[in-house]
Design a protein around this ligand. Structure first.
Ligand code: COA
Length: 390
């Protein structure tokens, strides 16, 4: 039985800052951010968007009434969870009006969370072929103003529907994964900003990629010639390129050209959104699927997932017939075209605005947020969410 991605949705908040302007404000050459890091625009979450609303908005445009009945498992991958106890997925379950007879959980392992969710979903569908699993990958990347990680922030969510007989990408069984206890990036529970050893995280990302790639090759007997494209977890778009370059000499000139050209296409969305942590790999996949001319049915796509701390995995999927007719391209194009640019001082003000942590009540103005699902306030230590369509 084929199991894989049946639908894929995406949402980013409507505000962004231009990386050229951020560079000027931080007194660095714009090319450092646009070429050295490889980012053009960075999505900014207003206070009315949090990981719950971003995920709900991503799924809202993707699922239909039949999906709402068939989804019996919701897995929310995030490293910016809003509660130590309750799963962010439970809020989304209600906001989307899903079938109550569903399991809902939250999974965490830095940017690897959504990949763990997909693998768990695959196992669930293998045992329950009629089930559909809603995987949500949602994060707000915060390093802090004037930090070296600032240029690699972002916000957004990807929603994936995992089912039998998927219409977009059938996941293959060969996969290679590894764990090593390292401190390249972490966020203690008392901090709303991440701590990072940037250079070390770059090195470890590449090392993990090389190790799982070698392990994958020995398990599968496949090599670069068998891949139409390889998508990467993209904390910033130069990162995947650095890793890809280290194995390119294993392929022919034609393989190298194809993989480099397709890599570029797989970074278009990420360049314009920034780091969305656990959703980044799947935003890159979406970019490849939506920005590339129709790829041949049966083409194999590699996926490299990396979550600091660290866990890495290389796995693959095969494109299904007419996959492009099941994508929501126009919806995503509209999302990108209708965004509003903010100045650097405006971004700084939004960044510093946080919710009360002393139990006080706050009512938020959701009229300026075009999203359907918003955070409308906090009362008695509870976040209040609204779906404007209900
Ligand atoms: N024109 C073109 N490129 C330029 C440039 C210019 N004027 N100035 C600098 N650069 C290049 C540098 O050469 C470097 O490229 P390289 O890595 O290919 O050598 C790149 O821009 C970044 O410069 P660097 O000095 O390394 O940046 P930094 O010290 O500010 O840190 C990160 C960059 C990514 C380490 C930092 O943003 C970070 O810690 N981010 C969060 C962690 C992360 O994303 N880790 C990834 C693995 S999960």
């Amino acid at each position: 039985m084929k199991i894989g991605i049946d639908k894929i949705g995406f949402y980013a908040p409507h505000l962004y800052v231009d990386m050229n302007n951020l560079a000027v404000a931080r007194n660095v050459e714009p090319e450092k951010f646009t070429i050295g890091i490889g980012q053009e625009k960075m999505a900014i979450a207003p206070i009315t968007q949090d990981p719950v609303t971003l995920a709900a908005n991503a799924a809202l445009g993707m699922i239909d009434e039949q999906d709402k009945e068939s989804i019996d498992f919701v897995i929310f991958g995030t490293e910016s969870g809003i509660d130590h106890s309750k799963s962010a997925g439970v809020y989304v379950h209600r906001l989307l009006g899903l079938n109550p007879y569903a399991r809902t959980i939250e999974l965490k392992q830095a940017c690897y969370g959504a990949t763990a969710a997909i693998q768990m979903a695959k196992g669930h569908v293998a045992l329950n072929p009629k089930s559909k699993v809603l995987v949500l990958a949602s994060d707000i990347a915060r390093y802090g103003l004037n930090t070296s990680g600032e240029s690699t922030q972002g916000a957004g969510a990807v929603a994936l529907l995992i089912s039998a007989d998927p219409k977009i990408l059938a996941l293959e069984d060969n996969s290679a994964y590894m764990t090593d206890d390292i401190m390249d990036f972490w966020r203690p529970i008392y901090s709303d900003k991440a701590f990072v050893d940037g250079k070390f995280s770059n090195e470890q990302y590449i090392l993990f990629f090389q190790k799982v790639w070698e392990e994958y090759k020995s398990k599968s007997g496949l090599g670069l010639a068998d891949f139409e494209a390889i998508c990467f977890h993209l904390p910033y778009t130069k990162m995947g390129l650095k890793a890809l370059r280290t194995i390119l000499d294993q392929g022919s000139e034609e393989d190298q050209e194809r993989l480099l050209a397709n890599y570029k296409i797989s970074t278009i969305y990420n360049k314009n959104v920034g780091n969305i942590y656990t959703g980044s790999l799947y935003l890159s996949l979406l970019s490849l699927l939506e920005k590339m001319e129709e790829m041949e049915e049966g083409s194999r796509i590699g996926l490299f997932s990396y979550g600091s701390g660290a866990v890495g995995e290389f796995f693959t999927g095969v494109l299904q017939p007419n996959y492009s007719s099941y994508l929501n391209m126009s919806q995503h194009e509209e999302l990108f075209n209708s965004r509003t640019e903010v100045t650097v001082p405006e971004y700084e003000e939004i960044f510093e605005k946080t919710l009360p942590v002393d139990g006080s009540t706050i009512e938020l103005d959701i009229d300026n947020d075009p999203a359907v699902i918003c955070l409308s306030g906090v009362q008695d230590n509870m976040r209040l969410y609204v779906n404007k369509l209900k």
